[in-house]
Design a protein around this ligand. Structure first.
Ligand code: SF4
Length: 366
């Protein structure tokens, strides 16, 4: 398949692994930001191809995983209302809130629908003018343009019955939070290629400079990741800390400027709470003043709910690269995909789900 098979070639992968081995002279810890990259790494055993000096740790770039419990509880409360059609991507339905999940709301008669695009939810709002239609807008900069477009279109069409429950987060502030922590282990980043397709990578340049870390914008296929690791290790070994672009077939330095313009028009930057991590300043998006009438938290009066996270789930430490999933005492026992205690075991991009799916129960090497 064009653009897939050539990035999965085993012989080329071996050559990259050998080049990384020849270049590496001492221990380095690299974080892949995106959960999609984590799944590729674990699925294809990329970490096992690398020399033992290189440790890959898994970052916070799984939007389902970082959505805080209180937002899940708000979603559950709104979805249970009889006048509401609650629309969401499928991944969010099994994420545990304090007591239950959205799937159990659906099982109890709530009108919870899986959609494949926020624009599907706009269409539902148009088709059911007597119902309140809410879309659960979760994600990083990657999904922000489509979610922004849904509000923009609903506003243009005068659909007063459409609102967004917004849980948007931003990558650069999370990277800065990780780097400025006294416990930080990360010496280089593989930045998420799809986020940079939208946003470009100029935001990363001051971070690389300030914290002296190489940042390589990287794709998601095995050879993308191996090349990203090679570029990152080369910078570390040469004492450089620059932003480089491995994913040039998709990413331009300035990104997609019309998409950025739409994000700026519909959203504003706000502080956001990250699941297991806590609040990070200026790390999220909320609706801008012009669009607040489409804010589901205000419409349904749930803006002020605050709940504590489960003390048993250590996903916050995993998403900051401080622990691996199999180091969680609940991993594979009390927490598994059938009975998840945390979102990282549910999400298709979650690190715990990847370790469980690809049988990474070994604590010695990962
Ligand atoms: S294994 Fe389960 S409880 Fe442990 S960190 Fe992962 S999601 Fe949380």
């Amino acid at each position: 398949m064009k653009y897939l098979d050539e990035y999965r070639d085993a012989e080329t992968a071996k050559q990259y692994a050998e080049a990384i081995r020849r270049t590496t002279t001492r221990p380095w810890t690299i974080m892949e930001v995106c959960g999609g990259q984590t799944h590729s790494i674990v699925k294809y055993g990329i970490d096992e191809l690398l020399p033992k000096e290189i440790t890959l740790v898994h970052g916070p770039g799984c939007p389902v995983c970082v959505t805080p419990v209180e937002l899940i509880d708000k979603a559950i409360e709104i979805a249970a209302r009889p006048e509401v059609i609650f629309c969401s991507f499928g991944d969010m339905l099994r994420v545990p809130g304090t007591e239950k999940d959205l799937l159990s709301v659906k099982a109890n008669g709530g009108d919870v629908r899986i959609v494949y695009s926020p624009l599907d939810a706009v269409k539902i709002a148009r088709d059911f003018p007597d119902r309140q239609v809410v879309f659960f807008a979760v994600g990083f900069e990657t999904t922000a343009p489509a979610n922004a477009m849904s509000v923009y279109q609903a506003h243009q069409k005068g659909l007063k019955n459409f609102s967004l429950l917004v849980s948007h987060v931003l990558v650069p502030p999370a990277m800065e939070a990780i780097l400025s922590s006294p416990a930080n282990l990360v010496q280089g980043f593989l930045a998420a290629g799809h986020v940079c397709t939208v946003m470009g990578y100029t935001e990363y340049e001051p971070i690389a400079k300030k914290y002296h870390v190489p940042i390589v914008v990287t794709g998601f296929e095995p050879l993308d990741i191996l090349q990203g690791v090679f570029m990152c290790i080369k910078q570390l070994e040469e004492g450089r800390s620059e932003v480089e672009n491995q994913y040039s077939r998709s990413v331009r330095r300035q990104g997609n400027e019309p998409a950025q313009q739409l994000i700026r028009e519909v959203f504003r930057v706000i502080p956001r709470k990250w699941r297991g991590v806590g609040e990070i300043p200026q790390s999220g998006l909320g609706l801008s003043e012009k669009f607040t009438e489409h804010d589901a938290e205000l419409r349904f009066g749930v803006a002020d709910r605050h709940v504590d996270e489960s003390p048993e789930c250590i996903s916050g430490l995993i998403l900051q690269g401080l622990k691996k999933p199999h180091e969680c005492p609940a991993f594979g026992t009390r927490c598994n995909p059938e009975h998840p205690l945390g979102a990282t075991m549910v999400s298709s991009e979650g690190a715990c789900a990847a370790y469980y799916r690809y049988r990474r129960f070994d604590k010695e090497r990962s």
